[in-house]
Ligand binder design. Structure first.
Ligand code: NFS
Ligand code: SF4
Length: 663
């Protein structure tokens, strides 16, 4: 093994604010290792200002053209204006984000089909959801055995990618009024792949050149993500691996174990992580680990793969996006297994300073310096065992180790179905208690804090913002790396309810849940679309998502996927606040479309904010405005639902057992 220390030359103890990250980077094993924290420190926190504003075009070889809005001689060689270029760049970001979520979904669907045929070690676990999804996909679930039904569901889901005409099936899950808006605008997505391809075509040099028209396609493409790719990934993963229910576990780098073989699983696709989880429990494998002096195998998640296995299996998360390199600098990780997305190219270089092996597994993603062990869901367990054995072989080669103490208890697993259940109980699962508590003012509204963390932002924006929101009686939903950050800060535990305002606290204490509900990975933002739809359907809060006192945000976004998510939220009627920068700001015209005109068209818009307090004030203000429009700004009588009142709820069960209505 090459343990050259060449990457260790210019590290040092960086001046980052996150205490646990700094703690690890300042210890002996990490001495001299260069990470993103060091690179940001060296280069400064400000990226290329020109590129950042969205008006740099390199879509053809007459450019690149730097375009300055309002300066006639600074349009593109082809005549492209700032708004067109900003819209094209924005649409391409949305297409890349949609492609990422959807290609992940495709892998899920292929594994699902193989599972239905009995060709994988996975099972069809949630048969209730299978039946519900079958109905949404236009399949009659009656009188079909589970495997046959699963096969039909899988094949219909697969056809959603290549569909050329008509509309995606899950579009029909949205509130009626929203569907009408989409029809009228002509933004109903046809096939998932078609929308991505068409967006790339329309943004090629010399095709679609009306910025509003380009933004409309960006909305259609994003909707193909939220109500298409992402939603298919979430639902089929739930059927195969189990719909999450509340589960206690721990997060932060302190979950790594000194006396065990540590395998961190990083990326996005739970098909890999689930197989590793099975392999890690195999008695034969555990015996092999013991033979080399370890007590067993400790699997820990990074990024959204971490969220997937945390939600379903309670496997701890070692870190979010910004902690991936730092996990390696503990010197305690035998193998970091990765698949796709948000995996930093620097990992193998850092691993070379230690005994760690970085293992790539996806046909779509290899990294120079990593070992490639191709994953195939047909041979899932076999490949997973092979990977775990590689990690075991590294254990005796460990050098100095520093594992920080920091870890925090969290409760995760708040799928939309769980939220139904905790409010109404098994037989009266309903959003009515939530709606009623919003109507009576005990809960001011609902906010989603989603998305990445980002090396350019030092402050704990997510944490400060969440605390401010819950103190103002806003219930917070979270996904992605933001959720891990909020977990690290202790906000995903029921005890954190004491930080909530009086009204919200009463509700949380009655049902015993945290003030911040972890709803999963980034594809699981589709759960938030369904939760919002269910709130509309339950009644009392308007007829459409745009009427709800609800808003989303991604204060530290980094990935293109985050922009796709933002655009599908806005196109679905939920405003979002992003920051600290936004990719169209060098074109006022383009930015005005997203920040003003979209409100007239979709009933929702983008906002930009930098600091936690600005995010909070925009979000609370928006929630208040929606309350006012619903006539909820006046004081109402406050009623707490006790069991007797819950029993009186007249929500029909619709024949679906413990997982509530048919959404
Ligand atoms: Ni979402 Fe999740 Fe994290 Fe951002 Fe990356 S892991 S898919 S993109 S960085 S939240
Ligand atoms: Fe320049 Fe137009 Fe080519 Fe873009 S498409 S690089 S603006 S000439």
């Amino acid at each position: 093994m090459d343990t050259s220390k060449r990457f260790k030359s210019n590290g040092g103890c960086p001046s980052i604010q996150c205490l646990v990250n700094r703690e690890v980077l300042c210890q002996e094993p990490a001495q001299g290792v260069t990470t993103a924290a060091h690179r940001v420190e060296k280069r400064g926190a400000t990226p290329c200002l020109f590129g950042q504003g969205g008006t740099c075009c390199r879509n053809c070889n007459m450019g690149p053209c730097q375009i300055i809005e309002g300066v006639e001689e600074m349009i593109g060689i082809c005549g492209a204006t700032a708004s067109t270029v900003a819209a094209r760049n924005f649409a391409r970001i949305v297409a890349a984000g949609t492609a990422s979520h959807s290609d992940h979904a495709r892998e899920t669907v292929l594994a699902f089909i193989a599972t239905a045929k009995g060709e994988t070690p996975y099972e069809i676990k949630d048969t209730l959801k299978l039946r519900r999804m079958a109905a949404w996909l236009g399949i009659d679930p009656a009188e079909k055995d589970i495997q046959q039904l699963a096969l039909e569901v899988g094949e219909t889901a697969l056809a959603e990618f290549g569909k050329q005409e008509g509309s995606l099936h899950f579009i029909r899950r949205a509130p009626q009024k929203r569907q009408e808006i989409w029809q009228e605008l002509g933004v109903v997505p046809r096939g998932i792949d078609r929308e991505v391809v068409e967006t790339m075509h329309r943004t090629h040099m010399g095709v679609d050149q009306d910025f509003r028209h380009i933004f409309r396609q960006a909305a259609r493409c994003a909707l193909a993500d939220g109500w298409g790719g992402s939603m298919l990934a979430t639902e089929l993963q739930d059927i195969m691996f189990g719909t999450p229910v509340p589960i206690r576990t721990v997060v932060n780098l302190g979950v790594l174990k000194e006396d065990m073989v540590n395998i961190t699983v990083h990326g996005h696709e739970p098909v890999l992580a689930e197989a590793l989880a099975m392999a890690a429990q195999d008695p034969e494998i555990i015996a092999e680990a013991k033979k080399v002096g370890a007590k067993g195998i400790n699997l820990a998640g990074i990024c959204c793969t971490g969220n997937e296995i945390l939600m379903r299996r309670g496997i701890p998360i070692a870190g979010s996006f910004v902690q991936q390199e730092i996990a390696l600098t503990t010197g305690a990780v035998e193998a970091m297994v990765v698949d796709v997305q948000c995996v930093m190219q620097s990992l193998p270089e850092i691993a070379r300073c230690f005994h760690t092996e970085v293992i790539t597994t996806s046909d779509r993603a290899e990294i120079v310096g990593a070992t490639h062990v191709p994953f195939d869901h047909h041979r899932a367990l076999e490949v997973a065992k092979d990977i775990v054995r590689r990690a075991i072989a590294r254990f005796p080669k460990r050098g100095k180790v520093y594992i920080p103490k920091a870890k925090m208890d969290v409760v995760a697993g708040f799928s939309h179905e769980t939220i139904l259940y905790i409010q109404g109980g098994r037989f009266r699962a309903s959003y009515k208690p939530l709606n009623d508590n919003i109507i009576n003012g005990r809960i001011l509204g609902v906010a989603a804090i989603v998305g990445c963390d980002n090396f350019r932002i030092q402050d704990e924006v997510h944490v400060e913002l969440a605390k401010e929101l819950i103190a103002n009686n806003v219930l917070v939903l979270t996904t992605g790396c933001a959720a891990t950050g909020l977990g690290r800060a202790g906000l995903l535990s029921p005890e954190a309810a004491e930080l909530a305002g009086e009204g919200l606290r009463e509700v949380l204490e009655a049902v015993g849940c945290p003030p911040v509900l972890h709803m999963g990975s980034c594809v699981d933002n589709s759960r938030i679309l369904i939760a919002a739809t269910e709130m509309v359907r339950t009644g009392g809060l308007g007829e459409d998502i745009s009427d709800l006192p609800a808003i989303g945000c991604a204060p530290q976004w980094m990935s293109e996927k985050a922009i796709a998510i933002g655009q599908y939220f806005v196109a679905s009627g939920a405003s979002v606040v992003f920051g600290p920068t936004f990719p169209t700001t060098k074109s006022q015209e383009a930015t005005d479309h997203l920040f003003k005109e979209m409100e007239e068209i979709y009933g929702a818009r983008w906002f930009l904010a930098k600091e936690a307090k600005d995010f909070a004030s925009i979000m609370i203000d928006q929630i208040r405005q929606k309350r006012k429009a619903l006539g909820l700004d006046k004081k109402r009588e406050r009623v707490l639902f006790d069991m007797a009142m819950r029993r009186q709820l007249d929500t029909p069960l619709q024949g679906v057992g413990c997982h509530g209505p048919t959404t």
